[in-house]
Design a protein around this ligand. Structure first.
Ligand SMILES: [Cu+2]
Length: 137
């Protein structure tokens, strides 16, 4: 039996596309949407919930106004290479109002500290941990 040249070419094409597909699916990770609520629970319950968020590059963090007082978000600090110092949202006034932060190239991996300006002295603060990007196989 003779394997024709065209059959070999076809086999090669199939193997090549299968390899490409495997690499793409290993790298591709869907960005995740992380919700952080701004809440008031009793006299001392003004807070971001959750207080800590763990995210990956490309994810989005959505802050959601769930209280009656005006809240906002100000990034106080991050890793030295980050470019988010003084990144600040508008004041969120209406219930259900949101502010999205896409973790783009400004957000290098590391730990970020953010506060709500009107309630910083009451302890309304949170932490965002940006994980290193998954290594390519
Ligand atoms: Cu607040």
């Amino acid at each position: 039996m003779t394997i024709t040249r065209s059959a070999l070419l076809l086999l090669g094409a199939v193997l090549t596309s299968a390899t490409t597909w495997a690499q793409d699916s290993a790298v591709a990770k869907r960005p995740t949407l992380h919700l952080v609520a701004m809440v008031e629970r009793g006299q001392y319950g003004i807070a971001f919930e959750p207080m800590r968020t763990y995210a990956a590059p490309g994810d989005t963090v959505r802050f959601v106004q769930k209280g009656a007082l005006p809240h906002n978000v100000l990034f106080r600090s991050g890793p030295p290479a980050a470019a988010v110092d003084s990144l600040e949202s508008p004041m969120l006034l209406e219930a259900g109002a949101t502010w999205d932060v896409v973790l783009d190239s400004r957000f290098v991996p590391g730990k970020y500290h953010f506060v709500c300006v009107p309630h910083e002295t009451l302890g309304m603060a949170g932490l965002l941990y940006v994980e290193p990007a998954a290594a390519a196989p």
